[in-house]
Design a protein around this ligand. Structure first.
Ligand SMILES: [Zn+2]
Length: 91
């Protein structure tokens, strides 16, 4: 039997199948991007397909700017959350 890869949400720590989580990546350039392919290089983090987890974590990331060379602006957070949430609604 093949075991499904699992990851935990960085916001609420819920463990889910990797394919059920959304991946965001901090690129080597210090940008935060949504990675639907799961193949971008950089420091990745997984989030539930849940508005609360996404916005909470993005706001936290912006505040702490942990590992980010460029802190996220409110506008960037909104944009990123929008594309993450947009991907949920289509499924
Ligand atoms: Zn979560």
């Amino acid at each position: 039997m093949k075991k499904k890869p699992q990851r935990s949400c960085v916001s609420c720590r819920t463990v889910r199948d990797k394919k059920d989580l959304l991946r965001i990546v901090v690129t080597p350039e210090g940008d935060v991007v949504y990675d639907p392919s799961g193949k971008l290089s950089g420091r990745g983090a997984y989030l539930c397909p849940d508005e609360k987890c996404i916005t909470t974590e993005l706001k936290k990331a912006a505040k702490l700017s942990k590992g980010l060379k460029k802190p996220l602006t409110d506008e960037e957070i909104k944009e990123l959350a929008g594309s993450l949430l947009g991907s949920i609604k289509t499924s």
